[in-house]
Design a protein around this ligand. Structure first.
Ligand code: HEM
Length: 472
């Protein structure tokens, strides 16, 4: 009897131990990334903003990475967020768009870009429209068609430069004009300048606290968006009429009309939202990169000297012809190093937000369904384990490596930036004409800040002086 009782006790104890072990193991499997969620409601938002308002926001990420590892939990902008500073996890998050993760924007942003914007599209419609955008901005189209306009409009803008200018403002003007030309075949004129002014109000709305009844900036942005879309609606209507009369144009709007011929027809509302989202995505990004490339070069004279050599060589080779051609663009190896290094160090899009569509395992953690995730491109680009002297502008590093594993300035996966080649070409053409036509000095001290966007605090004022280019 005693033997039976002892045996059943041993069996019960063993079963309980096994159950406890299994439970602990499954708990460990479901472990969410460690971290701190700070104060109730506010979380760690103020710490993040305070850090990003300085020239060196890195300690915000560095301290958490050293405490919790490269994937950690924080609480910012009203929500618990899993933050990834890990290249492999970021790639996994971006490549699994539509499978485990989906893009996630607050409704305040959705109101500004419009509900038919590419940024908000999902599933098969997104795939189709993304590839349409890619096909409009790929290297063949740029080579055969867009480069001529990029080159011409950059030169046209530079013709007016004299004395003190705000480089950031000028770069924005250039990018806006380039984008309108590419989307709608409209050359710079009073109409484009008026549209740009409205458009700048819309952009301000992206970077304010979006409370419609309290934030004047947000309210103004929504009203300006209405005026921008009205103006674009007019253009779309006129172009439909022209098209019926047989007039053909070679731009994004024509590509949207042509895709009408397949199975889907786009309404004017859809087309206008689509155009607005392209304007949003390409405007601030490219112009800020232009400005920061010049700032980094100015602060690194040896890099500027080497870049000058490369472009003067091209100028000499071309003789009297000033317009750049595709072969010229393809013979700028050091320029491409400068562009890469600017994108790496400035991280205009510091990372992308996603939402988990199911429980997903990342590293040893489980990210539960519905969680918000921030794949930080910046943290990887500035990670000391990923790049040697990661926080120093060193374009020469790109001469030594072709490994792009840790380099994702244009994102990745199905939402990879469709304008990546266009941006690179615009940057290279801009640098070519700037360097061969002007010398410059900073007009006053200016510094980089990263909140609400990456930019220089004073719009980078410089004094330009025209160079006498001798063509041999
Ligand atoms: C230096 C310049 C640029 C940078 C750094 C940049 C960066 C990025 C990044 C990181 C994304 C991915 C967003 C995500 O995964 O949610 C993106 C998306 C996008 N970019 Fe760019 N971009 C640049 C220029 C441009 C230009 C010139 C265009 C114009 C065609 C453009 C159009 C877009 C669009 C439409 C998307 C959304 C794609 C989608 O959601 O499917 N970008 N960009």
């Amino acid at each position: 009897m005693i033997t039976i009782t002892l045996l059943s006790l041993i069996i019960t104890l063993s079963l309980s131990t096994i159950t406890l072990l299994l439970f602990t193991a499954s708990r460990r499997k479901l472990r969410s990334p460690p971290g701190s969620i700070g104060l109730p409601f506010i979380g760690e938002t103020f710490q993040l903003i305070a850090a990003y308002k300085t020239e060196n926001p890195e300690p915000f990420i560095d301290s958490r990475v050293s405490k919790y590892g490269t994937v950690f939990t924080t609480h910012v902008f009203g929500e618990r967020t899993v933050f990834s500073a890990d290249a492999e996890s970021n790639r996994f998050i971006l490549q699994n768009e539509g499978r485990f993760f989906e893009a996630s924007y607050p409704s305040s942003i959705a109101n500004l870009v419009g509900k038919h914007s590419l940024l908000l599209m999902r599933g098969s419609l997104h795939r189709r429209m993304h590839s349409l955008t890619m096909s409009f901005a790929n290297s063949t189209i740029i080579k055969d068609h867009l480069l001529v306009d990029i080159d011409r409009l950059v030169r046209l803008n530079l013709d007016n430069w004299t004395g003190r200018i705000f480089l950031m403002e000028e770069a924005k003007k250039i990018t806006f004009e380039l984008t309108l030309k590419q989307l709608l075949s409209i050359d710079p004129c009073e109409w484009t300048e008026n549209l740009r002014k409205e458009y700048m109000l819309v952009i301000e709305g992206f970077f304010c606290i979006p409370i419609p009844f309290f934030s004047l900036t947000y309210r103004r942005a929504i009203q300006a968006r209405k005026r921008v879309t009205e103006a674009l609606h007019l253009v779309v209507r006129e172009r439909r009429v022209e098209r019926e009369k047989g007039v053909k144009k070679n731009d994004m709007l024509a590509a949207l009309f042509d895709s009408d011929c397949d199975d889907v027809t786009f309404s004017d509302d859809e087309i206008v939202d689509f155009l607005v989202s392209l304007l949003v995505a390409g405007y601030d990004t490219t112009s800020t990169t232009m400005t920061l490339a010049v700032k980094f070069l100015t602060d690194t004279p040896s890099a500027l000297a080497q870049l000058k050599e490369e472009h003067e060589e091209i100028r000499k080779r071309k003789g009297a012809s000033v317009a750049l051609e595709w072969d010229d663009y393809k013979s700028m190896p050091f320029t491409q190093c400068v562009v890469n290094e600017t994108l790496r160090l400035s991280n205009i899009i510091s990372g992308v937000f996603r939402r988990a569509m199911s429980d997903v395992k990342i590293k040893d953690y489980t990210i539960s369904k519905g969680s918000k995730v921030f794949a930080s491109l910046r943290a990887v680009h500035l990670g000391q384990d990923n790049f040697e002297d990661a926080r120093v502008f060193n374009p020469w590093r790109w001469q030594k490596t072709s490994d792009l594993t840790n380099f994702m300035p244009f994102g990745g996966g199905p939402r990879r930036c469709p304008g990546y080649e266009l941006a690179r070409v615009a940057l290279s053409v801009f640098l070519h004409h700037l360097i061969t036509r002007f010398s410059w000095i900073p007009a006053e001290e200016d510094k980089l800040v990263f909140f609400p966007t990456t930019r220089t605090q004073k719009r980078y004022p410089i004094i330009v002086q025209r160079r006498n280019v001798v063509v041999e």
